[in-house]
Write a protein that binds this ligand. Structure first.
Ligand SMILES: Nc1ncnc2c1ncn2[C@@H]1O[C@H](COP(=O)(O)OP(=O)(O)OP(=O)(O)O)[C@@H](O)[C@H]1O
Length: 466
């Protein structure tokens, strides 16, 4: 009889944590999911591959089941029949499979690839449901305990973010579309999740599609589904994200990357609720709330002819602008401490605090890649170093170069010299801020084209992600 690959984690009280079965054939995904389960307050009792899922032990609360193909649906059936709360996961392009899993009793599905943080956020309410009287768990581990989120999954109490939280509360109950703008990594997806969770649709699916990450030729099928024979490789009928999100919320990230022809079809959904699977004659009726997001200036995209004006006005009913991290003051420190504690627990390191001079550098840095960049900096420091203190030497050079070190000679020849891209970025960001975030006006004042600014920003954000 096949044996579980992993058994009870030592030192965890089985009564205190949600007992989870992980059915996952891919070792890398299993590692990410295990981190996420611990962060959300669960305990992986067994990790099984889909082939040996029959070996699941008793006493489980939740099963997280990857669906590599149709055959795995029978595992969902068996686990649902055993009374487990089943959460399905699947790779891109498997939306139809996930829809079928939900029809068979799975309570949620989560598209891969996921980060540990994103998966943990989705699992947390499910774990809370199976053990309602239990207190909301905090990440386990040796690091200092983070204070937890301040609103939904957001950390931060700066005036700029309090305004965002109040707006989310106000707009969540409406059925109208929401248009979220903000630089890359500011938390636009988190925002969409918070809106969904506070809406009357919270019990229905939240489906996120990143239009920038899906190959153009597959996009229509991912959004609307297709029928068998619609194109080469379409061997069966498949539902798309609109159907998967039926009754719930569809989050379209990087909406500006959607082709104009597809934008017209989305407009029709917004006007009449109608859509067609690719290759299908009859129209279907949808009931989804659309939240979309872009890191670009949408008005400039409309002006440049890349975004349909009629669609823009249909979507831009409830606009929500997320401030860049550099405008959130002390949130940087709160976020850094939260991430240090979280990553230290996940990576089994003993970090407990950030040295004051390292914290000064973090707060002074202007974070072009925003919260995601801060996360990456902390993750890298935790993985490469060890505690108890995170010191300035553990920070990357673009952060430590920001200011001369204490005791730096006042007239040293190299004083104030920095890499060209840092100077360039400062000039551009200052111009954009001076024109209230209007990239087109900032570009005109700098006598460069707006696309140069977009390209450079993308490069800085990519560098921050690397
Ligand atoms: N205020 C916050 N508190 C805690 N975590 C945050 C906060 N804002 C963002 N994050 C985290 O930072 C990461 C980036 O956030 P998210 O994906 O929502 O950004 P985004 O604006 O959608 O980025 P992109 O434009 O690149 O798609 C995620 O892991 C998210 O959980």
């Amino acid at each position: 009889m096949p044996q579980p690959l992993t058994t009870d984690a030592p030192g965890l009280s089985p009564r205190a944590r949600t007992r989870v079965l992980l059915v996952e054939g891919d070792a890398a995904s299993a590692r990410v999911a295990t981190c996420a389960i611990a962060t959300a307050g669960g305990e992986v009792v067994a990790t099984l591959t889909p082939e040996n899922a029959e070996a699941a032990p008793g006493g489980l609360d939740v099963a997280i089941v990857d669906l590599p193909g149709k055959a795995a649906l029978s595992t969902v059936d068996r686990l649902v029949a055993r009374g487990l709360t089943v959460v399905a996961t699947s790779g891109a392009g498997s939306v139809a499979l996930a829809v079928e899993a939900m029809r068979r009793g799975a309570v949620d599905f989560i598209l891969k690839p996921y980060t540990p943080e994103a998966l943990a956020r989705r699992l947390l309410p499910r774990f809370a449901e199976v053990d309602a009287p239990r207190e909301q768990p905090l990440p386990a581990g040796p690091a200092s305990t983070p204070s937890g989120p301040d609103f939904a999954a957001f950390v931060g109490t700066s005036p700029a973010m309090r305004k965002v939280y109040a707006e989310i509360e106000r707009i969540a109950p409406s059925r109208a579309p929401v248009f979220v703008t903000g630089e890359s990594g500011t938390g636009k997806e988190l925002c969409a999740e918070a809106i969904h969770a506070r809406s009357g649709r919270a019990a229905k699916p939240f489906v996120a599609l990143n239009c920038g990450a899906i190959p153009r030729e597959l996009m229509e099928s991912e959004v609307f589904g297709h029928v068998r024979g619609a194109f080469t490789g379409a061997t069966e009928d498949r539902a798309g994200a609109v159907e998967a999100a039926q009754g719930g919320t569809l989050f379209l990230d990087e909406i500006g990357e959607m082709e104009l022809a597809l934008q017209a079809k989305l407009l029709r959904v917004l006007q009449t609720g109608e859509f067609r699977r690719v290759g299908e004659v009859r129209a279907r009726q949808s009931d989804v709330r659309i939240v979309c997001a872009t890191h670009r200036d949408p008005q400039a995209e409309v002006a440049a002819g890349r975004f349909r004006q009629d669609l823009f006005y249909r979507l831009h009913v409830l606009p929500l602008a997320l401030p860049p991290l550099r405008e959130r003051g002390s949130d940087v420190a709160a976020l850094a401490e939260t991430f240090l504690a979280r990553f230290s627990a996940e990576e089994g390191r003993g970090f407990r605090r950030i040295a004051p001079d390292a914290m000064d550098l973090l707060v002074a840095y202007d974070w072009p890649g925003n919260v995601r960049e801060l996360q990456n900096v902390l993750r890298r420091a935790v993985v490469l170093g060890d505690g108890p203190e995170l010191t300035r030497e553990m920070l990357p050079v673009e952060i430590t170069l920001r200011r001369p070190a204490a005791g730096f000679a006042p007239f040293c020849e190299t004083d104030g010299i920095e890499p060209f891209w840092i100077t360039e970025r400062r000039v551009i960001e200052r111009a954009v801020a001076a024109f209230g975030g209007n990239t087109a006006k900032a570009a005109a004042a700098l006598e460069i084209s707006p696309s140069t600014i977009y390209r450079k920003r993308e490069r800085w954000a990519e560098a921050a992600k690397a």
